[in-house]
Ligand binder design. Structure first.
Ligand code: SF4
Length: 410
């Protein structure tokens, strides 16, 4: 493992949900709010956090993100205990703390516990108000409870809350999406994530034939997402990443750190962490096994990622060589309308990004898909991120072997 590090973001995974949505490929276990495993889980996270943060020498956590799953299923007491416990492990203030919540379980006491525990941003899983679409994908929670959840989010967090919407759902048309957007924006969130539904392998949506007839055709699904993008932009929400839009000053600092490939640690089953040594252009990624029962049952050294996994531990570790790290820096960086940070790129790889992918940049500039002022895709270019990255990786592969050898020899 690389380290020790001083400043590192932290992600905590809460792998529990009230049910299972047909499109979801996140790791989660169905529970009810009174399940005794929830108490034990908070204990396990705090023990894991203490071990991991100390092992990596973390003195500052610029961003903490508690996601899931459904973190609001923890309820106010457990969430308060988790926030207090994690914050007590690091003396410096946490500039941004985000908690994900589902509107139906984010009641007043829960939001108060979050606010009192230092949470600065709330991220609400709305997805759609359109009841037929919710039913078709077995979206957990009642659509009728969404307005009250959003009203409470506004009351406790002002504009510092985000909401997720999905386009291309079964049963969704332009009119339903327009109503979703109008209703959501009437609560004035500071940030909106607009996701195009993707049938992922291993989910009912990706595996079951019955959805084939229910999903809108690909061109209609594209049209719906573009309609959503234009609606948000006209309402003043600027796109800053493929699926993310924000009012000025409301972008997610935590997610920006992922897209910049800055260091983060993860706690909880299915969480991963990446620690990069910029001087060496190398990194280490660990992934904790997606098994809540094993996580609860393991001793802390077996479920925690540092300093090295013990024999039989539930943590896998992967070394990121310079070329892999460069590809990932492009993969994540070009998601942003700002593009990869050229200074960070040069510091990490001792090479200007324009020297690494000159042909790709020339080709995509000729097509009109690059920003004139940045090494970045423009608004229309972001729609073609995948083929752009295919070109980018192809070019990196061609010269990368020689570069990797010379880089390693330095
Ligand atoms: S509530 Fe969220 S995390 Fe849980 S199954 Fe549904 S989409 Fe997945």
């Amino acid at each position: 493992m690389a380290g020790p590090e001083v400043s590192c973001s932290l992600y905590i995974h809460i792998p529990f949900c009230a049910g299972a949505c047909d499109y979801c490929d996140f790791y989660s276990v169905p529970v009810s709010a009174g399940d005794p495993r929830l108490d034990r889980y908070v204990d396990a996270l705090l023990a894991d956090g203490e071990y991991t943060l100390a092992a990596f020498g973390i003195k500052e956590v610029p961003t903490l993100y508690i996601g899931g799953g459904t973190p609001s299923l923890l309820g106010p007491e457990r969430m308060g205990r988790l926030l207090e416990g994690i914050r007590s492990l690091v003396p410096a203030p946490f500039p941004e703390i985000t908690v994900e919540a589902n509107p139906e379980s984010a009641d007043g006491p829960f939001l108060e516990a979050c606010r009192d525990g230092g949470v600065k941003r709330l991220s609400l899983g709305v997805q759609t108000f359109h009841e037929p679409s919710r039913r078709l994908v077995h979206r957990v929670g009642e659509g009728a409870l969404l307005p009250e959840g959003l009203r409470l989010a506004r009351e406790y967090f002002g504009g510092a809350f985000s909401a997720d919407l999905i386009t291309g759902l079964p049963g969704q048309n332009g009119e339903a999406l327009r109503k979703d957007l109008e209703k959501l924006l009437s609560f004035a969130p500071g940030h909106v994530s607009l996701y195009a539904l993707t049938p992922e392998a291993g989910t009912p949506l990706g595996e079951e034939d019955r959805f084939t007839a229910l999903l809108p055709p690909a061109d209609e699904a594209d049209r719906l997402w573009l309609m959503g993008r234009d609606f948000l932009e006209q309402a003043g929400y600027g796109q800053y990443e493929v699926s993310n839009f924000a009012l000025p000053g409301r972008a997610s600092a935590h997610n920006i750190r992922y897209w910049r490939m800055e260091n983060w640690l993860g706690l909880g089953p299915a969480a991963s962490g990446t620690v990069i040594d910029d001087r060496a252009g190398r990194g280490t990624r660990y992934t904790i096994g997606a098994d809540a029962a094993a996580y609860l049952g393991a001793s802390v050294g077996d479920r925690a990622p540092a300093p090295a996994p013990a024999e039989g531990a539930m943590v896998s570790v992967e070394a990121l060589d310079p070329l892999t790290l460069m590809k990932e820096t492009c993969l994540m960086g070009f998601r942003r309308l700002e593009g990869p940070d050229p200074l960070l790129f040069t510091r990490r790889f001792r090479r200007d990004i324009r020297e690494c992918i000159p042909q790709t940049l020339a080709r995509w500039r000729d097509r009109g898909f690059l920003r004139p002022d940045k090494i970045a895709l423009n608004r229309e270019g972001l729609l073609f991120l995948d083929p752009f990255l295919t070109d980018c990786f192809g070019e990196l592969e061609v010269w990368g072997g020689d570069w990797l050898r010379s880089f390693t020899d330095l």
